[in-house]
Design a protein around this ligand. Structure first.
Ligand code: 13P
Ligand code: SF4
Length: 392
């Protein structure tokens, strides 16, 4: 069976250790209705003291984020995990690829725990190593492989990061994609490298076109489900950006017509979106940036201003609650949480923490040493990138 034919596993069912999702939780979880859960989480965390460090991504539920020692976007959390060598256990309230990155960036003595292993990322699952290696071979056949630099978004599995490390590439996040592309273009003589951007076509396109001045028709999309990516050798030779056909199921929902509708309903509204949104939506927005950028922008906004935000709903609701002096609305007609981020709930967090107190490390996320060494090369290149992006 080719990878293209692999069935998609329903969330939380079955077991595919190479996938970002589809892993059952083996635990005996406390009931979600247990009124003592907050107290139990507090007590378990207190019992573990400095031995545990809890990281919380901005898209996590309120019930979980209250227990985070630090909150952040994926870039900040990767740095924070690396800067905490004394903590024996890193409990990562986020998704699988983030926990993998934390494992790579922390010492071998530290153990990274993901409270629910079914908290994967559908975008990360859209680029599997064998598919990427096939694409790489096709680029050799088209005579361009030597000029291609692979750049992968943090939202990818460790083996894709390792592929980039092995092949002269780098990791980027939504905070520093422009700086990473700058670096990648400069890796080949004459600054005319081609970039293979994985796995989010939207972040790749938005960054290339809107920040690097690359023309839309210099971007092509590699579809791993089509023979030859659906591209001719000539199209590959002409392209500067080869965008992997992946997307975020949450940010991909935002649409231009809702932007138009809100501009009519709230004259003077500011539209603020994440760069994982479609290019057409970003073109209609007033501001675009990572989750950290979105938070900073709202904090700095004048009282009385009106904002529509195109990112995950847990964060938008938290921003609305924290800034009652501003009007903040969601850029979608429907409720739209990231279902995998939402897998981490209070029962899973309590179960993970209480298991650690009892001396059992549950749901440990580990990356094999070979993958880890190559992925670290690409991650370290990212951490060493010069300067700051305006999106940070
Ligand atoms: P950042 O945390 O880099 O903003 O990415 C958003 C996201 O989708 C995380 O899963
Ligand atoms: Fe993945 Fe999108 Fe969810 Fe982030 S918000 S974890 S990119 S599906």
């Amino acid at each position: 069976m080719s990878l293209v034919d692999l069935p998609l596993l329903p969330l939380g069912k079955g077991r595919d250790l190479d996938a970002e999702r589809g892993v059952e939780c083996p635990g005996d979880l406390p009931a979600a209705s247990d009124p003592g859960l907050v107290e139990r989480a507090r007590a378990a965390k207190a019992a573990l003291g400095e031995r545990v460090f809890v990281l919380g991504h901005h898209y996590q539920r309120d019930e979980v984020i209250q227990f985070a020692d630090v909150t952040g976007d994926s870039f900040k959390l990767a740095r924070d995990a690396a800067a905490r060598p004394a903590a024996e256990f890193i409990v990562f309230c986020g998704v699988h690829f983030m926990a993998e990155s934390a494992d790579i960036l922390t010492s071998p003595a530290q153990q990274v725990v993901l409270p629910d292993l079914a908290a994967g990322c559908s975008m990360a699952d859209m680029a599997r190593l064998r598919q990427v290696e096939d694409a790489w071979d096709a680029m050799a056949d088209a005579g361009i492989q030597d000029s291609v630099v692979p750049v992968t978004y943090m939202n990818s599995s460790a083996d894709i990061k390792a592929f980039c490390g092995r092949n002269g590439g780098v990791v980027c996040t939504s905070s520093n994609a422009d700086v990473a592309l700058d670096w990648a273009f400069s890796q080949k003589a004459g600054g005319d490298a081609k970039i293979l951007f994985l796995p989010d076509q939207h972040l790749g396109r938005n960054t290339a076109v809107l920040q690097m001045g690359i023309a839309l028709d210099e971007c092509v999309v590699w579809d791993p489900h089509q023979p030859g990516g659906g591209l001719t050798a000539e199209e590959l030779q002409k392209a500067r950006m080869i965008l992997w056909k992946g997307h975020c199921s949450v940010h991909g929902r935002f649409s231009e017509d809702v932007v138009d509708e809100l501009r009519v309903k709230h004259p003077g509204i500011n539209i603020l979106v994440h760069p994982e949104c479609k290019h057409e939506v970003v073109l209609k927005a007033d501001l675009v940036g990572s989750t950290e950028f979105i938070i900073k922008t709202i904090k700095a906004a004048e009282p009385g201003t009106v904002w529509a935000i195109g990112t995950e709903l847990n964060l938008v609701k938290r921003l609305a609650d924290a800034h009652p002096d501003k009007t903040i609305v969601f850029l979608d007609r429907n409720v739209c949480y990231c279902s995998t981020m939402n897998r981490i709930d209070l029962p899973h967090l309590v179960w993970a923490l209480e298991s650690l107190v009892a001396g059992t490390v549950v749901n440990q996320v580990t990356v094999d040493p070979e993958t880890e060494a190559d992925a670290l090369v690409a991650l370290q290149r990212m951490l060493d990138l010069p300067g700051k992006s305006h999106r940070d």
